[in-house]
Design a protein around this ligand. Structure first.
Ligand code: SF4
Length: 390
């Protein structure tokens, strides 16, 4: 086993994470001549883009390294950070390599951002991807299929391959393989969290925002092989926690490391959720487009941006806590993230009913001071180790 290979793999992933020029996307375009289509969190059906020969490119804001110069002028000072850093990336030319952007429906902020994008970049393809909140195939399914068909037609009009059933079926199969590879790492982390530190897993998830899926799957598999063979990774006396709320604007890498150093094993999370939005493989049996739509309707993960009937918010978090063997929940949401923070009281009620300890704090993608978070998370982890009966 080569720990230097592991170091190199992680260094490459971190390089991708920090590269605000999107050089890997530029290289891909030079090699293939294809269209690169950006997408915001939380979920877009990348299979459609892939089947049309496009590169799906996740745009998760500017993170901790970007200085905001013009982006602040577009948004009120109090709202979350990701829209202003995304605008900044657009205006400073970093996203020139993208031929278009998809803005999936998550909240009013993203809706507004899609309108601003249209005004700022009138020559680019821009689509606000409205997703159904009615999961009846005849209602939400028909609506969603129409959305996807209109994206496919617009991409074809801009030079992408027309969407064909056989290509879409093949792309669904490729992304099924990707879902398997991601899930294998989540499973390993759940079983042996000392083998898969979350700050490493997170870098790998972020690499999947930029790399073609055919390159990302071997990267995930190789990482798994390397850490399994690494005897130096041994268990420590850490508290197992489930982290929730970080599905859109992402926390800085330093914050994830801080939580781990404070004594937490993160054994489940909702970071970069596009990779896990569809649980398991896409059930096959109909036309590929219908299968993909059906997966969204029936196999999508519960989330703050997804309607749940009968006050069901929170039950899924309790179920996930049981499944991953967490001893506590950390609510970790971006400042002023409406969907995450509006859900939080309902989720708190559910986990308190279940007797699960929890703590909460907020962050911004460019938060730079972690001392308070370290103390809070450390105290939480200690209290679990000392007194928890979960
Ligand atoms: S962080 Fe929350 S409020 Fe901000 S854009 Fe994302 S979902 Fe919307």
């Amino acid at each position: 086993m080569s720990s230097s290979e592991l170091d190199r793999l992680l260094a490459d992933a971190e390089h991708l994470y920090r590269d605000l020029t999107f050089q890997s996307v530029r290289d891909w375009k030079r090699r293939t001549g294809g269209l690169a289509i950006g997408y915001m969190p939380v979920y877009v059906p990348r299979e459609i883009l892939h089947a049309q020969g496009c590169l799906p490119v996740g745009v998760l804001g500017g993170g901790e390294d970007l200085e905001i110069i013009r982006g602040d002028a577009f948004y009120q000072s109090y709202i979350c950070h990701i829209p202003r850093s995304t605008i900044e990336l657009g205006l400073n030319g970093a996203l020139d390599c993208l031929d278009g952007m998809l803005f999936p429906a998550t909240c009013d902020v993203i809706r507004n951002l899609s309108g601003m994008w249209r005004m700022q970049f009138p020559d680019k393809f821009v689509h606000y991807l409205d997703v159904p909140q009615d999961f009846d195939p005849q209602v939400g399914g028909t609506f969603y299929e129409h959305e996807l068909q209109s994206i496919a037609a617009a991409l074809a009009a801009r030079g992408a391959k027309p969407l064909r059933d056989d290509a879409l079926a093949a792309s669904i199969a490729v992304f099924d393989t990707h879902r398997d590879a991601v899930e294998a790492l989540y499973t390993l982390r759940r079983e042996q969290p000392w083998k898969v530190p979350t700050h490493e897993l997170y870098l790998l998830l972020r690499a999947g925002m930029l790399l073609p899926v055919e390159e990302h799957v071997p990267l995930l598999r190789r990482y798994r092989e390397l850490v399994l063979a690494d005897a130096a990774r041994r268990p420590m006396d850490q508290a197992r926690v489930l982290l929730t709320g970080s599905f859109c604007e992402q926390p800085p890498l330093g914050m994830i490391k801080t939580l781990e150093r404070a004594g937490c094993y993160i054994v489940d999370d909702d970071f970069v959720p596009v990779h896990r939005w569809i649980r398991g493989r896409v059930a096959r049996g109909g036309a590929p487009m219908r299968d993909l739509v059906g997966a969204f309707l029936e196999s999508g993960v519960p989330s703050a941006i997804r309607y749940a009937e009968h006050g069901g918010k929170g039950d899924d978090v309790v179920a996930r806590v049981r499944e991953c063997g967490a001893e506590g929940v950390v609510f970790c949401a971006p400042s002023f993230c409406d969907p995450a923070l509006l859900d939080q009281p309902m989720v708190v009620r559910a986990i308190e009913r279940a007797g699960i300890p929890w703590t909460a704090f907020k962050y911004s993608e460019n938060t730079g001071q972690f001392q308070v978070i370290r103390e809070q998370a450390g105290t939480f982890a200690d209290s679990i180790k000392l007194w928890s009966t979960v």
